[in-house]
Every structure is written in structure tokens, then in C-alpha cells.
Write a new protein. Structure first.
Lengths: 141, 141
DNA sequence: CGGCCATCGTTGCACATACAACTATCAACA
DNA sequence: TGTTGATAGTTGTATGTGCAACGATGGCCG
């Protein structure tokens, strides 16, 4: 049973995630945005016209969570939903207000990112990105 | 702004955590235990007499979450609380039922662990453990 | 001894999230 | 064209979690 204690990757990943999420949460608090909101806002900004289902599968965020979070961002006026031929779906796009919000959030994000990078040793952030990329590919296939 | 999209360690860590947590959740479901419960049960088993505050700081789980989760495990009869000189705290210890529960859970945990290791490439699980150890030390100091 | 601050665990409350059921729409095909 | 099955997003429900406030205890120092 000591094997769980000594090797469990679930526990370790969670520990890692909490440590890093806490840092981001602290820095983002004054902006009023949550980490998930920043993630979705950024993803929409980087992939104009992306659809909720793509956000969900690419970021591994539950589709219901995406639905509710994007709804709120639409209410805030940061995102707009463009209708598409497929009547079940829509395309998400940043509004000017959404882009402005991202600009506003950037310094806090950057400070958090720097703090996390300082917390990790030199190669570890690259390893982390590499692992995440690996997972992304595995999920995509 | 593309920098957030391309480099954010918060997003990447969360993605990683979700991917792995989903695998563990799926395997653990039949046992009726959540990942956090397994983590706490295992930690108590490995560190007999550990206190809630120590569980919280070592595992980066909120003290309130530890409190409620341990309460439930006590109700299930898996953990017992031993009183200590310091009247504010107590020592947590596994009961025989708790040890039996761990034995019962082990196969599911092991299957999940194997699936995660298969998902990652050769060195990545070691890198992940290394990073988690690094974080643990940073937090402890 | 007595007051003050720190620490510990618990509880109240708000919220994000997961999972499942549901609705609406599309695609395939007879 | 009508039916069937798959897919997209939404909503209901339950729960885990975080944060803040609280009550209780301990430790410290005058």
C-alpha cells in the first residue's frame, strides 16, 4: 500500500495543480476573473470562431462548465456568439470589451506566471509544457 | 496576449490534472471512493498519528476540506481520532476497516496508475514526480 | 496570574464543477 | 420524406472545494 503513498501520480498531479492554481488565484483575484475564465477567454481570442465543443475537448473542461462560463462572459459583454449553419452550435468570438479585459488582466497573469516559473527549477516548466502537449495530442487522437 | 495561450502554466497544469484525475475517477468509481479520499486514507496509513493540519500543508488540501473528508472517513469507520495533549487537535489513525478498505481499493488504483503511466512517455512520470517533490519542498520551507 | 496573539479545527456560505438527463438539430438511409 | 441514431449545447442536481469567520485552546510575556 505504501506504493500509493510513494508513487501515485494522481496525488502528485493534484498537489502540483493546487500549488500553481493558488498562485494564479491570488494574482488574479483583483481582476475578478477566475483561472478558468482567463483560459477560456484566451482560447477564444487565439482561435476566433471556436465552438464550445472544441473548447471543451481541447482544454478538457466539461462541456457544461464551458456552457455556463461562456454564458457569463457573454453577459459581461466580453464574448459574442455568432450563429452558424449548424443550428445546434455557434462560434465564439471576443468583443472589443473582451480584448480589453484580456489586456487588463495581462499584468496579473504575467506576475503569476513569473512566480510559478521562479518556483520551479530551470527545466521543469519546459518539462511541464512538454507533458501537457503530450497529453493534448493523446486526447486529440 | 498570445503569450498566455502559448505559455500559461496554469492552463497546462490544469489540463494535465484533469486528464489524470479523469482516469483515476473512472477506475475508482466502483470503489465508492474519490481521489481525495484515497489520498488522505493513504497518507494517514503511511504516517500514523498524523494531524489534520499536517495533512493539509503536506498535501495542499484546504484544512476545511481535510476536516470534512476525515469526518466522513471516521463515520465510515476507516479512521479514528486519538486525543492528544493539545486539546485543539488530534491524531488520525487507520482502523482495521480502513486498512481493509485500502486493500480493497488497491487494484483499481493500480489499474489507473498503469493507465496514466502508459499515457505518458518514458521519462515523463518521473519528471512529474520530480516536479511534485520540488514543490513539496518549496512549500515545506 | 492575566491578557494578548497565534494556531487548530469547524462551520457558513458561495461557487465551480462533474455527471446525467433533456432538448434541439443534423446526418444517414431506406 | 420519414425514421433513426448521433451530436451540440443546456439545465437539474449533487457535491467538492475555497475562503472567511468563528470558537476553543495553547503559548508567551509582562
Amino acid at each position: 500500500m505504501g506504493e500509493i503513498e510513494s508513487r501515485c501520480l494522481g496525488t502528485r498531479t493534484r498537489l502540483l495543480e493546487r500549488a500553481i492554481a493558488n498562485i494564479f488565484a491570488r494574482h488574479l483575484k483583483p481582476t475578478g476573473l477566475r483561472d478558468t475564465q482567463v483560459t477560456l477567454l484566451t482560447a477564444i481570442g487565439a482561435h476566433d470562431g471556436i465552438r464550445p465543443s472544441e473548447l471543451s475537448s481541447a482544454l478538457l473542461i466539461e462541456k457544461s462548465t464551458v456552457s455556463r462560463t461562456v454564458d457569463k462572459m457573454i453577459e459581461h459583454g466580453w464574448v459574442e456568439a455568432l450563429s452558424v449553419p449548424d443550428g445546434r452550435s455557434y462560434e465564439a468570438r471576443l468583443t472589443n470589451a473582451g480584448r480589453a479585459k484580456l489586456v487588463e488582466v495581462y499584468p496579473a497573469w504575467s506576475a503569476a506566471q513569473t512566480e510559478v516559473e521562479d518556483l520551479l527549477s530551470n527545466n521543469q516548466h519546459d518539462q511541464l509544457r512538454s507533458i501537457a502537449r503530450h497529453i493534448t495530442r493523446a486526447v486529440a487522437s
